[in-house]
Write a protein that binds this ligand. Structure first.
Ligand SMILES: Nc1ncnc2c1ncn2[C@@H]1O[C@H](COP(=O)(O)OP(=O)(O)O)[C@@H](O)[C@H]1O
Ligand SMILES: [Mg+2]
Ligand SMILES: [Zn+2]
Length: 294
């Protein structure tokens, strides 16, 4: 089937192609030459194709209550937001793929949400749908919520730059600036020293979240910084919790999956959906290692 034709005309083309063979319809078949059966009014061809969105993105938590396994952290952060007791600096420590960056984004959403706790939601939960929440969640350009990768911005100049930017007020009254620094253990000792002062006496409505898989490295290179941060240790997500989450995704997508593939222990929830994404993009509605996994 001609991919271009399918893209332009939508699903109906597939039927036509089945009838006329694999020729390129747009190039070789004029509409009036087709048998009457296929002369569908042009307006019917406007089939809206939904953009493909990776399952890992589609099911990325939007609220604290969506975070599995890390309920202790979700409850503490939600309570802090609801009670106006949010700290100026957090350290999120834990293995890869357990929700550190996600929790930091949800915190940023909750602090800046236009409808926080609305529609019967728990106090301190972001709505997940307002313009501000959507921008944070999708990682769109945002003046107030900035994500930095310390692996590539690890020097003292980067830290000074961050410090200066943090001195400016948020874009609007009542909003918070949130700096999410990933792989924080990569920051040099000098970079931490440059941040020490601002973490000690931060400007109002500025929150720093440092995420790391190796907190012991921060303890070695910048021990004083730890006393300025509120630390949360994220738990490893076990195979049962991952299987439950996968089952939820598979059901919500109305897919069929072999139980052994759900029960097999995937390394991380963020990556476990990949075989399903690949399977679906390859046209399968049934996820299985045999079919989807190369
Ligand atoms: N606790 C969790 N609950 C639900 N989904 C999670 C959780 N942790 C990770 N995920 C999924 O894995 C993806 C990657 O998580 P991420 O927050 O980037 O992990 P980390 O920053 O700890 O490496 C998220 O987008 C989300 O879909
Ligand atoms: Mg991360
Ligand atoms: Zn919102």
């Amino acid at each position: 089937m001609s991919g271009a034709a399918a893209g332009c005309l939508g699903h109906s083309t597939a039927t036509w192609n089945a009838e006329v063979g694999t020729r390129n319809i747009r190039a070789n078949v004029r509409r009036q030459d087709l048998p009457l059966l296929f002369r569908v009014p042009r307006s019917n061809f406007r089939v809206r194709l939904r953009p493909m969105i990776a399952l890992a993105r589609k099911y990325r938590p939007k609220r604290f209550s969506d975070l599995i396994v890390q309920e202790h952290i979700a409850a503490a952060l939600r309570g802090a937001v609801a009670g106006g007791r949010v700290a100026h600096g957090y350290l999120f420590a834990g293995p890869r793929g357990v929700g550190k960056t996600t929790a930091a984004r949800i915190l940023a959403m909750a602090l800046n949400c236009e409808r926080r706790g609305a529609a019967g939601g728990l106090a301190g939960e972001p709505c997940g749908e307002c313009d501000s929440c959507t921008r944070v969640w999708t990682g769109a350009a945002n003046l107030d919520v900035v994500e930095l990768d310390a692996a590539s911005n690890r020097g003292v100049d980067d830290a000074r730059d961050l410090r200066e930017r943090a001195m400016y007020a948020a874009s609007a009254e009542g909003r918070h600036k949130v700096y999410i620094v990933d792989e924080a253990h990569m920051l040099t000792r000098e970079a931490w020293n440059a941040l020490l002062k601002i973490l000690e006496e931060p400007p109002p409505r500025v929150v720093f979240v440092f995420a790391t898989t190796e907190p012991q490295k921060i303890a070695q290179s910048a021990a004083p910084i730890l006393s300025r941060l509120q630390r949360f240790d994220f738990r490893r997500i076990g195979p049962h919790a991952i299987a439950d989450r996968l089952r939820h995704v598979v059901t919500a997508e109305r897919l069929v999956a072999d139980e052994p593939i759900l029960a097999s222990s995937w390394p991380e929830p963020g990556r476990c959906c990949a075989p399903y994404c690949w399977g679906i993009s390859a046209g399968n509605r049934r996820g299985s290692r045999r079919r989807c996994w190369p």
